[in-house]
Each structure stands twice: as C-alpha cells, then as structure tokens.
Design a protein around this ligand. Structure first.
Ligand code: PHE
Ligand code: ZN
Length: 856
C-alpha cells in the first residue's frame, strides 16, 4: 500500500536528537549504477534527552547490505527498515557510546532528481541540502546533528574531491578530512575528469589557502571572472565582517545539471555551471553580476550557514536571509549602491511581493511545511534579507556591527535559531525586539498609507499600516516599521536629511515643526521597509521628486510611480500616454551627470506582471491583452517623442576600447540596449540587425536578437545564432528562452511547443527546462492568453517533469500562483489544469503540496 497523504511537520514539535555524533567515516566505491557507501558513525547518548531511545536514521532509496553495532550484526528483529529510514530498537543499543556501521548500495546514474549522489555529464556529484544525504546512507539527516567527517573515495576518475583538507591519495583513491563539525546537508563529493583554474589567497592572519575552480576540459577559458570574484569576496569578508577562511583549500566545481544556483558545502562549493562560466562572448552583464554575487553568497555561507548553522529547517532564513544581505552589501561595495538597491527592490516586488499576495504567502520563518524544498523562496531569501536591513536601520551601523560580533562569538559551532539571532541584537544594543520579531513570524506585505497635514509651519505625516490576511493568518498585529523620510523645499534643496521614523502603532503621526514653507516629503527613502506605500501623489509632485530628490532610490521610484500611473490609466480609461511623463524621462535620459546604469533603470517600463498585480490590488481583474497593448503603446510613444536623444544615447554608449565586465562598462551597455529596445519599436529592427551582425559581446548580441524577434525579422538571426553557439549549452539556453519570452502573445504557446520538440530540448537538464518553461511563464500576455493554450502546455510539462525531477516541477508550478487575480474564464482554465495535475497517479510530495496550496 502506498502511504497516505504526506505528513505536515511543525516547528512546535522540535526535539533534539537523542544521540550525538563524535565522528563520521565514509568510504565510497564509485560505480555508475552500483556505488557502495560504507559508513562508520560514532554515536553517544545526548544528555539533553534523558532515558533510552530507539535510534532512527533517515534513509531513502538505499539498498541495505549490512548493519552492525559495535562490530556485531544488528539482529533482524531489532531493525525496522521503511521507505523513510531505519530504526534500531533501544534494546539493541549499549548504554553509552557505540559505533554504527552500515554498508549500502545506491544508483547514481538512475538518480534524475539530482538530490543525493548523481551523475552529470559523466561526473559524480552530490547535492545534500536540504534532505539529500539520506539518499546516500543512513544518517540522522537534520541540521542540528553536527560532526567531523573523514571521507575515502575509490574510483577510476582522475579528480576526487570532498569537504575539508586533502590528506592522502594514490592511484584510484583519495582521502579527505573535514575537522569542522558540520551537518550532513553540507556534505559533498565530486569525482570526474575535471581540470582546474588554480590560484591562492593568504588570509590576514597568514593562512595560505589553495583556491581551485574545477570544470570540464573545454570550459577552462571561462573561469577567470569567477576566480576574481572569489578573491574579492574573501578580502571583503575580512574587511567588512572580520571573517577569515578556515581550511587549507577552497574548491569550486561547476556542474551542468543542478537544481538550484549553487551550494555552500564546506570547502567544496558546487555550482550550476551558468554561475561560474563567463566570457564576454558568451555571458551577459547580468550573468557577470550574478556570478559575482553568487560566488560571494556561497563563500559568505562559510560563516553564516556553516560555522553557524540552523537548528532546523524552519530557521532557514537565519542563514539565507543573512547571507543574501551580506552578498547585497558586497555587490553594492563592488558596484553602485543605488543601482543595486533599485535592482533588489525590483526583484523583491516581482517575486516576493507576488508570493506574499497570493496563496503561497508564508512568513520568513514558517511554522509548518510538508516538503522543505518548497520553502527555498523569495520570502525566505529576499524578505529574510530585507528584515535584516530593517534591523540594521533601527539599531544603526555600530549596533549592527556589535551584534554581529556577538553573534559570531556566541554561536560559532552552533545550530542556532531566529530567537538566538534576535537575542544578540537585544544584548548588544539593549533594545527590546519582541515586536520586531513579527517580521519573522507573520506573512504578508504591510500596506502603509500616508496623509499630510500642513499648518502654522508644521508638517504632520500620519501613517497607517494594514497587513491583509494570508493563508492561516487572518489577523495581523502592527509591526515595527522604519520609515526613512527626507524633506525638500520647493526649489529642490534638502531641508531635512534622511531621518528614520520608527513606527510601532497601527496609526501614528510624526511632526516636523518650524518650517518656513510647505516642503515636499520624500518617504520610504532607500526602500527602508518592505511595504507597499499607498499614497495619492499628484503627478507634478512625482515629477518634482524625479527631478530633485536627493535620495537616488526615491528619485527612481518617483519615475516608476509616474509610469505606473500612466499605464494604469491607459488600461482602465483608455487615456493617451502622458506627455509630462515622457518629457521628464527625456530630461533624465540626457542628464550626463547621472550614472548610465541609473538612467537605464529609469527607462525600463514597469513589467506587465507588475501592472497586473497593481490592478488586482485595486480590485480590478487585469486583462493581460490590454496591459500588453498599453505597455507597447507607451514604449512606442516614448520612442517617437524621444527619438533624437535615444538615438544619440544609443550611439554615445557604444563600447570604447576592450570589453570590461565592470559596473561602469556594464552600465553603459545597459543604457545602450534600453535605448535600443525603445528605438526598435520605430526603426523596424534596423539598428538591431546592425548590432546583431557586429556585436562582440553577449549583452548586445542577446538584446539585438530579442529586438529582431519583436520586430518580426529574426528568420535569419535565429538559425545563425544557433549555428554559432550549438556547442555551448549555456548560450543555447538563452536561445530557447529569448524566443519564448519575446514571442507575440497569441503565438507564445505555439513557439513553445515547437521548441519543446527541438532536438536540443534536453528537458531533463534543469537549465534547459527552465529556459523554455520559465520563459513562457515570463511572457505575461502569452502565458495568460485567452485560448488557455499556454496553461495546457505548461501543465503537460509539469506532469512530465514531476516523476523525473519533482523539485523542478514544484518550483515551476509557482507560475500559477497568481491565478486568482484573473477573470472567471482564466480562473476556471487554471483550476482545471491544477486539478488535472493533482489527480495524476504517484504525484510527488513536492508538486502535491504546491498545487494544493495554490488552489487554496
Ligand atoms: N543553500 C543554497 C544557497 O543558497 C541553495 C540551495 C538549496 C542549493 C538547496 C541546493 C539545494 O546558497
Ligand atoms: Zn544561500
């Protein structure tokens, strides 16, 4: 009998494991279909759990060959093995410490879920977070059980790697020793025919660390940027956080088949190859920026995640929120702080606000889950980082630095909780954070409304906060909201520099007295809290802020709000595009005192999904077609009215001299392709064709290809691009993606179907599957086309992917999370597809949980 519906796991049920582990010894005899894993684990009773306990070890898809305790076979009657693990009855265990030995056989080649030990392009590799180690051997696979590991690998592969330091090797074997106690999710092993880019780094206390990036032989010429990013990350973490690296080697391996971006395994980070490999010809500037950020992110986990880990998976944002926050700080230090902030807010709104407003809303620290893999979300990561940003704003830079020092001091070697994290802030700063904690435990995005009162030289700002209900949380208490405010006088001078107002009540007023004339308020500067600011502002005031705000984020935000107002009115009232908005944009475009990257962000119109969300929040059901048409009309009108400055900018921003991936050069290219995207609407693709034919870098080449598709003249470019790049999987991923993202709405499903039948559509590869499916989901008007063809196509593929790789299927299913926004016809079509998925026999726990939650 198949087991009944999957179990829900609750935070409140947490109990420490009844045993501790003193050391772990693993031997791997690698073979594609029959790998032997021999484990020797030294257990001791855990004094925190008095009494005698059965020994439960997780284990899935393992063939158990032998199990011994202190050298003697465990009697069959005292050993119970199920689909989920093995239990040794308490009476088979000695009173004190004992040695568990097990021999199991596993099938890496048959492992298509890419969790545990699997094969990618002929090499062996592992992915253990969150619960993959149990597919390698029997083990208490939970993050609060930490132990030092010794690993011996036997195989005929030339390169064999694991965590920690290499200790010995010979023909056909290698041994590794990781002295730092770690949970099983940080275990890693790699064996393959790999080549390396070597380098080294000396820590400030003088430890020399060998650095290596390991890739497949043809890829060695595209590792230099990743190595450079690693060295800058190691330097920055010493300078900004006083954190040094703690082993003699640091290895990074790039693999082509990987479910996520990358993984912070101790001393042996494993990366999706798209986040390592880059050259100007093959990678866009966005790819370069992501590589830099993710290399940093995984490296920073060494302290925030590995040295201090999570007690249980409910605490995931303890390591992820903090590490995202740190990688954001790093990127701002390497590039432009305001540009990075705008990019982060754009992505927070596009992904996390969308999640928070739909059926999948959950707090940064959830209190229950069915499948933990479904909780690697924008809320845990990006909102987790926002919460830390607020904490820092509230306690100040010094308070933050003291709290972090205390955190590292007090919790090094621990499996910690959000309570531990907040306690170090309380102890270091003397603040009471009990109300602040709601940011961790409550779901939903607060809406913050503001009203202004001006009399007798005093400006009063009155704020009201309201958080709409989310699944399982009907009522919400007020949160602590840091609101950064500045005041400008009517000629644009700043009369009050950025000040943090600390809101704690549902409604609260703040007074600014002794003002000579009525100022203009710049509110929520730097996006000081992840809230939706609801404020009726006349277009003239937005235009004033767009021209004068001294806070670059709010300056951009004013332009953004103007564009959104214009677009919403075009959709709902058939208004013509506003001339004021376009002339304000024109002034900004030609203001050479502004960073080109910033100007590029101002030129980017709000996305169709963003507009759909805005309309839904205003209680209207968004019409994807009308939204698409309005946005196209605005883009075309901007191009017509600003044709001269756009054309001048396009020419002026051309690369001069050799390619550089740095922020300055990338900013110029981003402005150039933003101008191109607009001009393309009126020049029939002429510039795009010239650029496509001549482009020396992927940023311009990919942008030109997208423009040619939109202009309906890509018949020659598409096969040419494919022909040129058919040997490069990462570039071919782009070829798939660009075609579906930029397809006309009524053709999107058809294009996707045609591409799904292409011989290069290797759908078992997560990057390739995501290119096509993620691409169609990103084509808002195409995905939501009234025919329902894209919904059907998408659901068919989720059903096909699920038995092969449930994590990927479940993650992609979030494309449906916004279904309740739309009209009754679309809702009915989506609901039918979701029901069809749910009724499939043998549906994974992953996809079953997701579709169930999405349907609500
Ligand atoms: N812990 C990884 C990171 O954020 C993400 C990840 C999760 C990778 C699960 C693989 C599996 O950096
Ligand atoms: Zn992470």
């Amino acid at each position: 009998m198949k087991d009944a519906s999957p179990q829900t796991i609750y935070l409140k049920d947490y109990q420490p494991f009844p045993f501790r582990i003193e050391r772990v010894d693993l031997t791997f005899r690698l073979a594609p279909k029959t790998t032997r894993v021999i484990s020797r684990i030294a257990f001791a009773p855990n004094p925190e759990r008095a009494g005698r306990h059965d020994l439960f070890l997780h284990g899935e898809k393992l063939r158990l060959i032998a199990a011994r305790i202190d050298g003697a076979d465990v009697p069959a009657a005292l050993l119970t093995v199920t689909d989920e693990g093995a239990t040794v009855a308490a009476q088979a265990l000695p009173d004190g410490p004992f040695l568990w030995e097990a021999e199991v056989e596993i099938d890496p080649e048959g492992n298509t879920a890419l969790e545990g030990l699997y094969m990618s392009g002929g090499m062996y590799c592992t992915q253990c977070e969150a619960e993959g180690f149990r597919k390698i051997t029997y083990y208490p696979d939970r993050p609060d059980v930490m132990a030092p590991f010794k690993v011996r690998i036997e195989s005929d592969m030339p390169v064999m790697l694991s965590n920690g330091n290499p200790t010995a090797s010979g023909p056909g074997w290698a041994e590794w020793d990781d002295p730092w106690p770690k949970p099983s999710y940080l275990f890693a092993l790699v064996a393959g025919n790999l080549v390396n880019l070597p380098d080294s780094f000396t820590t400030r206390s003088g430890r020399k660390v060998d650095l290596n990036i390991w890739v497949r032989p043809g890829d060695l010429d595209r590792c230099a940027f990743a190595m450079d990013s690693l060295i800058r990350s190691m330097t920055w973490d010493e300078e900004a956080y006083g954190r040094e690296y703690d082993l003699d080697v640091f290895n990074i391996v790039a693999v082509d088949d990987f479910n996520m971006g990358a993984m912070e395994n101790k001393g042996l980070n494993i990366f999706n190859s798209k986040l390592v490999l880059a050259s100007p010809e093959t990678a866009t500037d966005l790819d370069f920026e992501r590589i830099e950020g993710v290399i940093a992110h995984e490296y920073f986990h060494n302290w925030t995640g590995n040295r201090i880990t999570c007690r249980d998976w409910f605490q995931l944002c303890l390591k992820e929120g903090l590490t995202v926050f740190r990688d954001q700080q790093f990127t701002s230090a390497m590039r432009s702080e305001p540009v990075k902030r705008i990019e982060d807010v754009l992505s927070l709104r596009a992904r996390q606000f969308r999640e928070d407003m739909g059926p999948l809303a959950h707090p940064p620290r959830p209190s229950s889950f069915v499948e933990i893999n479904n909780f690697y979300t924008a809320t845990v990561y990006e909102k987790g980082a926002e919460v830390i940003g607020m904490l820092k704003r509230l306690v100040g830079d010094d308070g933050y630095a003291r709290a972090l020092d205390l955190y590292f001091d007090r919790h090094d070697g621990d499996a910690a909780t959000i309570e531990d994290w907040l306690k170090v802030f309380e102890d270091a700063t003397g603040r009471d954070l009990s109300q602040f904690k709601r940011w961790y435990t409550d779901a939903g995005t607060p809406r913050l409304s503001v009203s202004e009162d001006w009399r007798d030289g005093t400006l009063t700002l009155t704020f009201t906060q309201m958080t709409p209900p989310t699944p399982g949380q009907d009522t919400k208490l007020p949160r602590v909201i840091p609101i950064a405010v500045g005041l400008l006088n009517p000629n644009g001078d700043e009369i009050l520099p950025t000040t943090i107002l600390e809101m704690t009540e549902a409604t609260q007023s703040f007074r600014f007295a002794d003002l000579a004339s009525r100022p203009v308020a710049s509110i929520l500067r730097g996006f000081s809290a992840p809230v939706v600011l609801e404020r009726e502002v006349p277009a003239s005031e937005r235009a004033f802020l767009l021209a004068h705000d001294t806070d670059p984020f709010n300056r951009w935000e004013a332009g953004r709000a103007l564009a959104k107002d214009v677009l919403v009115r075009m959709v709902t009232d058939d208004d013509a595009p506003s001339a004021d908005y376009i002339s304000a944009l024109g002034r900004l475009l030609t203001d050479d005192s502004l960073d080109p990257a910033f100007r590029a962000l101002c030129l980017r119109l709000p996305s169709e999904d963003d507009l759909a969300q805005t309309l839904a929040e205003a209680g209207r059901s968004p019409d994807p077609d009308r939204i698409h048409t309005a946005r196209e009309t605005l883009a075309r009108t901007v191009a017509e009215r600003l044709v001269r400055p756009l054309a001048l900018t396009y020419d002026a921003m051309a690369d001069r001299g050799p390619f550089s991936p740095d922020a300055t050069a990338a900013g110029r290219r981003s402005l150039r392709v933003a101008a191109l995207g607009l001009l393309n609407r009126i020049d029939g693709g002429a510039r795009a064709q010239t650029l496509f034919d001549a482009a020396g870098n992927m940023t311009e080449s990919a942008a030109a290809l997208a423009c040619l598709i939109e202009a309906g003249r890509a018949e020659a470019a598409l096969p040419a691009f494919h022909e040129r790049w058919k040997g490069n999987r990462l570039v071919i991923d782009k070829w798939f993606m660009i075609q579906v993202v930029h397809a006309a709405p009524h053709q999107a499903a058809e294009v996707a179907e045609r591409l799904a039948a292409h011989p290069d559509f290797d759908w078992r590869n997560p990057n390739r599957a995501r290119s096509l499916l993620g691409g169609i989901a990103a084509n808002h008007a195409g995905f939501h086309h009234a025919s329902g063809a894209a919904y059907r196509f998408y659901a068919d593929w989720l059903l096909r992917l699920d038995p092969v790789n449930p994590q990927i299927a479940a993650r992609l299913s979030t494309a449906f999370e916004t279904w309740a926004r739309y009209d009754a016809d679309r809702r009915a079509m989506v609901a039918a597809e979701l029901q069809r998925i749910r009724s499939a026999p043998g549906l994974s726990r992953d996809l079953s949980e997701m579709t169930g939650r999405i349907l609500g």
